[in-house]
Design a protein around this ligand. Structure first.
Ligand code: ZN
Ligand code: ZN
Length: 103
């Protein structure tokens, strides 16, 4: 998995996903949310709305490391693999798993 903030490859540290570049831990809960989104990505890819002309999102895809595209505020999707960050996940990443160099 890749860090959604900086696409650094995440390492496991004390059984939690850890981004060294951002000194950022991702909780077990977050890991589960990421895994569910990866499981769902194939279905999402099929129904991705037209995003060719949308702007780049705030995050990188946890699954494949591509820059995500913004669908609407706090809702982003990876057009390569279908990984989706919905509003709730977006909020949780920013609020619960802060990243040093992210603003
Ligand atoms: Zn990072
Ligand atoms: Zn992806």
């Amino acid at each position: 998995m890749y860090c959604p903030y900086c696409k650094e490859e995440l390492k496991v540290n004390n059984e939690e996903l850890y981004c060294k570049a951002g000194d950022s831990y991702f909780s077990k809960h977050m890991e589960k949310v990421f895994n569910v989104a990866i499981d769902n990505s194939k279905d999402v890819k099929v129904r991705i709305p037209k995003v060719e002309n949308s702007e780049a999102g705030r995050f990188f895809c946890v699954n494949c490391g591509s820059k995500m595209m913004k669908i609407e505020s706090m809702h982003e999707v990876c057009t390569c693999c279908g990984f989706e960050i919905n509003k709730r996940t977006f909020y949780e990443i920013v609020e619960i798993n802060p990243h040093r160099s992210f603003r």
